[in-house]
Design a binder for this molecule. Structure first.
Ligand code: ZN
Ligand code: ZN
Length: 344
């Protein structure tokens, strides 16, 4: 009889394959939390038993295959913690010196979907038999998956990646190198340079520009005439971070937005930003014109709305802040994690 996987394990392969190929249909945060939990539970069983050894191999491969998703798609401290805990336990059970494989025998350059299939299959005897048959692996090739050195490498790589990502997602981000780019010699803020950085979308600048603006705003290191420019750079950085920024950025962005009084009124029938807001390009033109009209004569903002007083109106600030706060809310929903993960 042809060996087959259990229905549960076939479903697990399907769910995890969706996640690692970045098209999840099962909820990634809970699916991966269950996986890390199962791996942690397996650690409690006898590591020297055949079952314990199969599970060590299977879960090490699965946590390795999925760790990039935990590192870049879900902003959850508790998920990070359960991954790190399980991987450290698995790592402790993998003896790097136990390798007796011939050179080049370790499975290498595994793509994540293959790893998912391998990892789930390794958990059971039946799965292993089916996997060996599907991929035409002989006994030695199958045994290499259980090698302590191979598994230790996977666990170390996954742990390294998670630790680095944890700092990037939840730690402190240093944007002070941007001082050199955004401050002129006279200490004026170069709003045009900030706008140009935002327009270079291939450089992924939205987060750093928004964060630099927020910190400048919060420390009050800006002149009156620079306020609206810095605030619009903050706003555009947030608005154009379509995938959401992690808590390491969002904390200071939220703090800067919280300084804006939302309970304000005015008599103006219209504000300048409403005429600039239609496209990313038109916003950019409006802001660079505001700060360097000679170099950038084109602006979508009509002359009758270009008075400084209208740009500075507290109602416009409040509208912008409300929209940006909504974006930040959206990031939390999209990226998950607990509320306290988003706070200090
Ligand atoms: Zn080996
Ligand atoms: Zn107004």
């Amino acid at each position: 009889m042809t060996p087959t996987l259990s229905a549960d394990h076939r479903e697990l392969i399907a769910d995890l394959s969706g996640i690692v190929s970045d098209y999840p249909y099962a909820d990634p945060e809970s699916t991966l939390a269950v996986l890390a939990g199962d791996a942690g539970e397996a650690l409690g069983r006898d590591a020297t038993s055949p079952e314990g050894s199969r599970e060590r191999t299977g879960y090490t491969i699965l946590l390795h295959a999925t760790c990039w998703y935990v590192s870049s798609r879900i902003f959850s401290k508790s998920l990070f913690a359960s991954y790190v805990q399980a991987l450290e336990g698995l790592r402790a059970q993998s003896d790097r010196t136990a390798c007796a494989c011939p050179a080049g025998a370790h499975p290498a350059d595994l793509d994540s979907e293959y790893e998912v299939e391998a990892g789930v299959s390794m958990l059971t005897e039946a799965g292993r038999a089916a996997f060996a048959e599907d991929y035409g692996l002989d006994e030695d090739e199958l045994a290499a998956f259980d090698c302590g050195a191979f598994l230790a490498d996977l666990a170390d790589e996954a742990l390294g990646r998670l630790r680095e990502a944890h700092q990037e997602l939840f730690g402190g981000i240093d944007v002070s190198p941007l001082d050199g780019k955004f401050l002129r010699d006279d200490d004026h803020i170069d709003i045009v340079a900030m706008q140009e950085a935002l327009s270079r979308s291939w450089e992924d600048n939205t987060g750093p520009v928004a964060l630099w603006s927020a910190r400048r705003w919060l420390t009050g290191q800006l002149r009156d005439e620079e306020r609206i420019g810095v605030f619009l750079c903050l706003w555009m950085g947030i608005d154009q971070s379509y995938g959401g920024l992690p808590p390491s950025y969002a904390r200071d962005l939220a703090a800067a937005l919280d300084t804006i009084d939302l309970d304000v009124t005015c008599e103006h029938p219209q504000h300048p930003w409403s005429t600039a807001d239609s496209t990313v390009r038109s916003r950019h033109r409006a802001v660079v014109h505001l700060y360097a009209p000679d170099d950038h004569p084109d602006t979508p903002v009509p002359a009758e709305l270009s008075a400084r007083e209208l740009w500075e109106c507290p109602v416009q600030y409040a509208q912008l802040a409300r929209e940006a706060l909504k974006d930040l809310e959206g990031w939390r929903t999209m990226r998950g994690g607990d509320d306290e993960d988003w706070e200090d």
